[in-house]
Every structure is written in C-alpha cells, then in structure tokens.
Design a protein around this ligand. Sequence first.
Ligand SMILES: NC(=O)c1ccc[n+]([C@@H]2O[C@H](COP(=O)([O-])OP(=O)(O)OC[C@H]3O[C@@H](n4cnc5c(N)ncnc54)[C@H](OP(=O)(O)O)[C@@H]3O)[C@@H](O)[C@H]2O)c1
Length: 317
Amino acid sequence: MAARVLVAGASGYIGSHVVAELLRQGYQVVALLRPDSDWHLEHPDLELVRAELTGSGSWFADLKACSLVVSCLASRTGGPDDARRVEYDANMEVLAAAQHWGATRFLLLSAICVQKPRLAFQREKLRFEAALQQSGVPWTIVRATAFFKSLSGQIERVRDGKPFFVFGNGTQTACKPIAEQDLAAYMTERLADPDSAGSMLPVGGPGPAITPRQQAEMLGDLMGKPVRVRSLPAGLFLALAALLTPFGTVSRRLRDRAEFLRIAHFYATESMLLWSEETASYRADLTPETGSRSLADCYRAILAGHHSVQLGEHKLF
Ligand SMILES: NC(=O)c1ccc[n+]([C@@H]2O[C@H](COP(=O)([O-])OP(=O)(O)OC[C@H]3O[C@@H](n4cnc5c(N)ncnc54)[C@H](OP(=O)(O)O)[C@@H]3O)[C@@H](O)[C@H]2O)c1
C-alpha cells in the first residue's frame, strides 16, 4: 500500500509542488493547512486537514498515522515573533506528530542561507534543525538555494521600462537558482531514499551560478532590448534598519520592518551557494545541483505570459 505522507506548509510555493509531485508518484497525501486557508486541490489520494498549530497537538491525536512527514512551513514575514512561531514552534508541533506516529522520516525544507545566521528566521530554522536531529525521528534536511520566484520580482517593472535594481555593481553575489518543480522532485526522491536519512543536503538548480547583473542581461536578451541597470548601495538597508531599531522596542510593526531591512541587506550581500570554511568563500563548484529547468526558461515563460509567480512579501529578492 502507498505510504501516507503529511505535508505541512502544503499551501506554500514549494509545499504545493511537493503535494503535486507526491500525488503524481502515487503517495497518499495529507495536506496540513491553517483553519482559514482557501488552498484547495481535488484528488482521490489527497486529504486536507485544517489546524491551528498552537501547541495543543489535538489535530493529530485522532488522525490516521502518516509514516512520512515533510515540512515546507515558513514564516511569511520573517519578523522575529512570526519566525519563532512558525520556523520553530509550528515545526516542533509537526515533529510531535511524527514522534506520536513513529514516522520513519521527517524531511525538512530549510534554506542554504542558514550557513551564516544573522537573522531571526535563520536562527529559528537552525534551532529547529537541531531539535529535529536530536528527536529520534529519522531526518533529512534539504537546504535549498534561491527559488526562481525570488529572482523574478523585477520582470514586470522592467517590462514597463523601469530599471533593474542591483546592489553594488551587481556581481558581488551569485546563486544557482532552483525551479519549484525540480526541488519538489528532489525532495520526493530523498524521502524514499534510505541513504538520505541523517543527511543535510544543500542543493541548487543547474549551473553555472548567476549574478544579479547577469540576470538583468539575460532579461534584456530575452526581451530583445537592453535593460537599464541601476545600482543601489546595500548599506542603505542597514542604515534604515539602525534608524528603526530603537522604535522596535515599542512597536512590533517597526521591529518587523527593521528585520525586513536586515533580510534585504543579507540577500543583497550574501550568495546563495555553499559556504566553504576552508577557503572562506562561497563556492559554486561545491554547491550540488539538481533538475534541468533554468532561470532563463522561467523568465521566458513569464514574458510569454505562460507562467506567473506568487511573489509574496519579498518582491526584490
Ligand atoms: N525564497 C527562497 O528563495 C528560498 C530559498 C531557499 C529556501 N527557502 C525556504 O523554503 C521554505 C519554503 O518556502 P516557500 O517560499 O515555499 O514558503 P511560502 O510560500 O511562504 O509558504 C509558507 C507555508 O507556511 C505556512 N505557514 C506560514 N505561517 C504559518 C502559521 N503561522 N501556521 C501554519 N502555517 C503557516 C503557509 O501557509 P499559508 O499559505 O496559510 O500562509 C505556507 O503553506 C522556507 O523554509 C524558506 O525559508 C526559500
């Protein structure tokens, strides 16, 4: 009989593709959603479970056991409180379900940016990664590089004749972006692979690595006209964050704003590639690759109107 898999964060950008891939491969899928989620998919092998992940665990007490668990949960704002609630607390509740069922694998989708933890959401991700590794449940952690959606936020603006923003000279950072379908396929393979138990797996899409300036040039080539590139100083984000920080003690909204600016600075200055302690540098050559879809394929589809991306909060990143 097909294994039963719980997918937490099933309504998200990657989570929804993981659900689709698992169903395509014949798994029985339980999609865990928030009580007010309007995410919907009809499939005979799909069950929707709605629950508030507040720590009571009542939602899984009577739920038929799942032998496999995947978490694609993520804070949608990255603010410190939400990061703790989602990246750590909510994941801990999903882990409690996995322990209750005696699950044979918990696959966590994490992010390669936790290699240099400077942000609240990165610290919460690492806290949960550590808890998962000590939980006794066989685990796999996938630390993905940048998603296509994170590099597609400027296409509409550029198509309207506006400039493509880069930070510094636009060559300071690089990444090997990964398509949502390729990441979902990779995660589904790892779930069934005994050798992936107990593994921390950094992964990106097919290389070579690409810089923001190269993204602008590629967009120009695909549109058949040069793209104006405008440079912004990344330090601006930190300066604004420093201005807001004192007000963060009295306003959660301003604390979240300041954290968002720090997130922006992080992505403007750090590459989404494997960090080598040995060479003290990001290494495209050491960043594992999977899949076949390129960022150019994604840009082409968006320009042709065949594809749209849910950008969420982080339109520039
Ligand atoms: N963006 C990138 O380039 C990138 C790169 C590498 C790794 N990652 C990591 O990949 C993971 C998935 O990212 P994604 O873009 O697929 O995330 P996403 O689209 O923002 O989806 C987040 C999921 O978490 C759920 N969620 C958020 N807050 C919740 C709460 N309080 N209670 C219950 N569920 C909650 C959302 O439910 P609703 O739909 O109901 O809000 C949604 O299903 C994250 O860990 C992210 O850090 C991202």
